[in-house]
Ligand binder design. Structure first.
Ligand code: SF4
Length: 406
């Protein structure tokens, strides 16, 4: 399949981004490197600062370095992130004037403590309520966002301007709309691009200048809507990928699914669809932003004490499985990622209740390559199960599988 031109341009823009950031900083601009998808990018942008999501995954060396500064019971991702800070050589991190974190996840609060103690970095922390179900918790989030904004203003010497906030809210809204359209296209029967490409495009938006990114998204959409890129009918087993973060660089599971002939058609990852799904700022104000971030599709670490039937995360997975006609779910849980690990079984049971005996595979892993072969065997058998179920279902639907037929 030929490479998408706009995607090639994006890849090149990412390669050039560290130099571009260095130039921008030399001319007086300031960069905010942030780690969590609850960080309101609109505010960073409206202050005239450059937002940069610097999450990284799959780096075993950093994970080992980070383990010396954390507990071995911290999740693989947190250990790796700490290792990245200790190492300090990542070109995007090295170009960050300020580091922003949220306490949406307690483990991220740990990162804030560890990097301030060992790396002498004073992060700007957005303090999150543990749950976002009621009015007082939403007010708490609004107050935290006000404090976060004030701290950014204090450190950068800039003032939040209403006109710029309106512009930033419109820009980020337009970006999310483009991403959702690309997402729908990748799930089609003759998809003009793959889920993996959309995942890559989503992550390009973590790094690139957001105005340029929106233009490139427009180019990509034109290319996939109007230029023929005949991929033929894609009949590979359709997989929904859920669970813990799969950060840029963590390709182990994605490569295995690709190599073994599976096709991801949907996800609920914070580095994928959940980054922009159901996130709509209706009013360009701090209150409007707080409401939008409080009402977005919640992450697993936001406490929800409602029955599963009312838990939006569970309902979302069922909806994604239905609307993208997934034949099975691969649930990825990073070692010691408690918020996601402990939801695996309840989610499986909920899916079975809603969708019947739906194939569900839990993958418990981390960044070491030592389990690749074991994972390969499990993913391969799972894809076989999904494929043979589809063959049986199609046979039944076409009448050939019915009892009494010749
Ligand atoms: S959600 Fe899981 S992977 Fe992410 S920081 Fe928390 S424990 Fe780590």
């Amino acid at each position: 399949m030929n490479t998408l031109k706009a995607l090639e341009v994006m890849r090149e823009a990412i390669r050039q981004r560290p130099q571009e950031l260095s130039r921008a900083r030399r001319s007086g601009q300031q960069v905010v490197g942030y780690l969590c998808c609850y960080t309101p990018e609109e505010i960073i942008d409206a202050l005239g600062l450059i937002p940069l999501r610097i999450c990284r995954g799959g780096n075993e060396e950093w994970m080992e370095v980070g383990a010396q500064y954390t507990s071995t019971k911290n999740c693989a991702y947190v250990r790796e992130v700490v290792g990245m800070f200790v190492d300090g050589k990542d070109p995007l991190l090295a170009n960050s004037d300020f580091i922003a974190l949220t306490t949406a996840d307690l483990e991220m609060g740990r990162v804030a403590e560890v990097i301030s103690y060992y790396c002498k970095i004073a992060p700007i922390v957005l303090d999150m309520p543990r749950s976002l179900d009621n009015a007082s918790e939403k007010e708490y989030l609004l107050e935290s966002i006000k404090d976060f904004t004030a701290e950014l203003e204090r450190r950068s010497g800039k003032k939040l301007d209403q006109g710029r906030l309106r512009e930033a809210v419109a820009l980020y809204g337009a970006i999310r709309k483009c991403l959702l359209e690309l997402y729908e296209l990748q799930a089609g029967e003759r998809p003009p691009l793959s889920w993996r490409e959309v995942f890559e495009v989503t992550q390009a938006g973590f790094y690139l200048d957001r105005r340029r990114y929106l233009t490139l998204l427009g180019d990509l959409l034109k290319e996939v809507r109007y230029e023929s890129r005949d991929t033929g009918i894609d009949n590979r087993p359709r997989i929904l990928l859920c669970g813990s973060i799969i950060a840029p660089g963590d390709n182990k599971l994605l490569d295995l699914i690709d190599d073994l002939g599976g096709r991801i058609v949907g996800d609920d990852l914070c580095t994928g669809r959940r980054f922009y799904q159901d996130l709509e700022v209706k009013e360009p104000s701090l209150r409007g932003i707080a409401e939008a971030y409080a009402d977005r599709l919640p992450s697993a670490h936001i406490v929800c004490l409602r029955p599963f039937d009312e838990d939006r995360r569970f309902i979302n997975v069922v909806n994604l499985a239905r609307s993208y006609r997934a034949g099975g779910i691969i649930y990825h849980s990073l070692r010691f990622c408690d918020p996601f690990s402990f939801k695996a079984l309840p989610l499986r049971d909920f899916l079975r209740q809603k969708l019947g005996n739906f194939p569900f595979l839990t993958i418990h892993t981390e960044y070491s390559s030592s389990d690749v072969e074991a994972l390969r065997t499990r993913v391969e058998s799972f894809l076989n199960v999904v494929a043979s179920r589809r063959v049986r279902r199609e046979a039944v639907e076409s009448g050939r599988g019915q009892a009494g037929r010749p």
